[in-house]
Design a binder for this molecule. Structure first.
Ligand code: DGL
Length: 269
């Protein structure tokens, strides 16, 4: 069984992509909706919250977790991989979203100018800048934090007039830069992808981290036979857990995934 973790609904975009690429995969999705957004919190808090989610999922017998959250990947992944796993879970692993997306973006950009939008924490961490520069030091990168977008998506406001105005305000800050590739550096933004594409009149390549992360996971499973059984299950078991309201989660997840979702409530500490 795979674990998919997000601060809230954003990782559902990764779950959706995985449902298409690996329909037989068993996974447990955990959304920490009660404490979202993470993007306006300090690194230590994001680390502690993510660690609690990781502990919870590992305690369910899960051996591989995808942090389907750019904020958790930026602020917690490295420390978890370098310090926490070797000490407490040497036979388990956690994957993030930043590196796979940076690899694709760097290969895809023709004019070598890339824009990144994300939460305040992701942008301030410069995690994308680091990973992109590792891929190609010549890249020119422009970043924009969009702190109000996650709360709007968590409140299912993606089609509201307010969201349209706020989105236009953020995107207009970077619109004068002639980047050809835009990274949606927050999984929640997949819910707004059509609107972002419309703002740029289809002129930018928009990288949806969910699809990239899902296809990179397929490669990872092929290279790591110890996790291969994850992809082979015939049970198609998909479990959805939320720290928030199950009614709210079920409504948003059912709408986004296009099938009935019945989540269970859990507490993290
Ligand atoms: N989906 C998370 C991300 O990719 C949202 C972060 C938040 O909770 O602020 O960054």
């Amino acid at each position: 069984m795979l674990g998919i973790f997000d601060s809230g609904f954003g990782g559902l975009s990764v779950a959706k992509a995985l449902d298409e690429i690996l329909p037989n995969l068993d996974y447990t999705y955990l959304g920490d909706n009660a404490r979202a957004p993470y993007g306006d919190k300090d690194q230590e808090i994001i680390y502690q919250y993510t660690k609690q989610a990781v502990d919870y999922l590992f305690a369910q017998g899960i051996s591989l977790i995808v942090l389907a959250c750019n904020t958790a990947s930026s602020e917690a992944l490295r420390k978890l991989q370098q310090e926490y796993l070797p000490k407490f879970y040497p036979d388990k692993n956690i994957l993030g979203v930043i590196r796979p997306v940076a690899e694709v973006a760097s290969a895809m950009s023709k004019n070598k100018k890339i824009a990144v939008i994300g939460t305040k924490a992701t942008i301030l961490s410069e995690a994308y800048v680091r990973e992109l520069k590792t891929q190609d030091p010549q890249l020119i990168i422009v970043q924009q934090a969009c702190p109000l977008l996650v709360p709007l998506v968590e409140e299912s406001q993606e089609n509201s007039k307010a969201t349209e105005l706020i989105l236009a305000h953020y995107l207009s800050q970077i619109a004068s830069n002639d980047f050809d590739t835009l990274i949606l550096g927050c999984t929640h933004y997949a819910f707004l992808q059509d609107k972002i594409d419309a703002f740029f009149q289809g002129q930018k390549k928009i990288l949806d981290s969910a699809i990239i992360v899902a296809s990179k996971l397929v490669d990872y499973l092929a290279r790591h036979r110890e996790y291969l059984d994850l992809a082979r299950s015939q049970k198609k078991q998909k479990i959805f857990l939320t720290t928030g309201s199950t009614d709210k989660f079920d409504q948003a997840a059912t709408k986004f995934l296009g099938r009935q979702i019945n989540s269970q409530h859990i507490n993290l500490k």
